[in-house]
Design a protein around this ligand. Structure first.
Ligand SMILES: *[C@@H]1O[C@H](CO)[C@@H](O)[C@H](O)[C@H]1NC(C)=O
Ligand SMILES: *[C@@H]1O[C@H](CO)[C@@H](O)[C@H](O)[C@H]1NC(C)=O
Length: 338
């Protein structure tokens, strides 16, 4: 029963994916652990895209750890267990974040690979061309986000679809996957370059580009903070997710949804991988937010140590062209949870 949970975890397979050296041939697809059969088939059919998927998995893990660095659950991965632990295999808000960031990261990394010319199946988006209403010339290489999104939809979502779309968990995961991809789609930007005598911008060429992945992470983290608790309801013959509290306005395609309340993440639980507790975590004595010692340490109190940090200081600019700094040592107080 427990192991079923582990195998079910999207994160476990992301960690496995990101830890293989590189994915070059169909044989590697067979050896990848954690993929379901349908994913192995996609892997074999699209081997050349899989290395981008692997980089996407790593991107997802790194971004998750960055966004949650100051929270009780800090997205820590485990060696032999599902990467973010069982916690996220439940229908929690944290799971919603991880599904969204994973689906987004695969779309992002595949799109990047298309633009960089490393794939035969896709390249730049040439549907964007001609002169824009604003008078600039579309050209260069617009990011082929449609291809990346479609690949993410087939490869990432197939895990839920194969389970039958009617379970509330599958509905939740599919919704959050889509919301993650929307975080890229709705923040596409136009980047331009000027041509002309000494940068006079007589001719301007522009292209559509994805936002930096940090921006995507920030957007999804905001959606995490405002996530909607939902429950499954039958409308006619289809099942849908509706807000549990009917006074709340319905969520949009871009919002995250979750089914189960999160645990408090205060204590270490050996039976639940990823439930590390907050003993030993660094906290901020003056903050009233979740990174503050009061909340981070769950009222257990904290220890204070003087630690020496080495910093760059008295930096001087030297002609030409480098900056030279001294190394300064100073003592700072560091607080860690009991
Ligand atoms: C998360 O916190 C645990 C302690 O609870 C710590 O051991 C681990 O290094 C942290 N992970 C990251 C990625 O910061
Ligand atoms: C601690 O929290 C305060 C108030 O939120 C903030 O101004 C300060 O920069 C934080 N310190 C560190 C080391 O993060």
């Amino acid at each position: 029963f427990f192991f079923f949970f582990l195998l079910n975890s999207i994160l476990w397979y992301l960690a496995k994916l990101s830890s293989v050296g590189s994915i070059r041939d169909e044989e590697t697809c067979e050896r990848l652990r954690g993929l379901i059969q349908r994913q192995v088939q996609i892997c074999k059919r699209s081997v050349e895209v899989m290395d981008a998927v692997r980089r996407g998995a790593q991107l997802a893990i790194d971004e998750c750890q960055f966004q949650f660095r100051n929270r009780r659950w800090n997205c820590s991965t485990l060696e032999s267990m599902p990467v973010f632990g069982k916690v996220v295999t439940q229908g929690t808000r944290e799971a919603a974040f991880v599904y969204a960031i994973s689906a987004a990261s695969v779309a992002f990394a595949v799109t990047r690979a298309c633009s960089s010319g490393e794939l035969e199946k896709c390249g730049c988006d040439h549907n964007v061309h001609g002169v824009s209403p604003e008078g600039f010339q579309w050209s260069g290489c617009s990011d082929n986000i449609a291809y990346g999104v479609a690949f993410s939809q087939s490869f990432v979502d197939v895990r839920e679809r194969s389970k039958g779309q009617s379970s509330s968990r599958a509905l939740m995961n599919l919704h959050n996957n889509e919301a993650g991809r929307k975080a890229i789609l709705s923040h596409m930007r136009v980047e331009c370059k000027c041509h002309g005598v000494s940068g006079s911008c007589e001719v301007k060429t522009c292209w559509k580009a994805m936002p930096p992945f940090r921006k995507v992470g920030n957007v999804i983290k905001e959606k995490f903070d405002g996530a909607t608790e939902v429950e499954q309801r039958k409308v006619g013959s289809t099942k849908v997710l509706v807000p549990r509290n009917s006074q709340f306005k319905p969520h949009t395609d871009e919002d995250l949804v979750y089914l189960d309340p999160s645990p408090d993440f205060c204590d270490y639980d050996p039976r639940t991988p990823g439930m590390l507790g907050t003993v030993g975590r660094q906290c901020n004595r003056t903050s009233k937010a979740i990174d503050g010692c009061e909340l981070m340490c769950c009222g257990r109190g904290f220890q204070t140590q003087e630690v020496e940090v080495v910093d760059r200081c008295s930096c001087k600019f030297h002609w030409c062209c480098y900056v030279k700094c001294k190394q300064c040592r100073k003592m700072v107080e560091m607080h860690t949870c009991r």
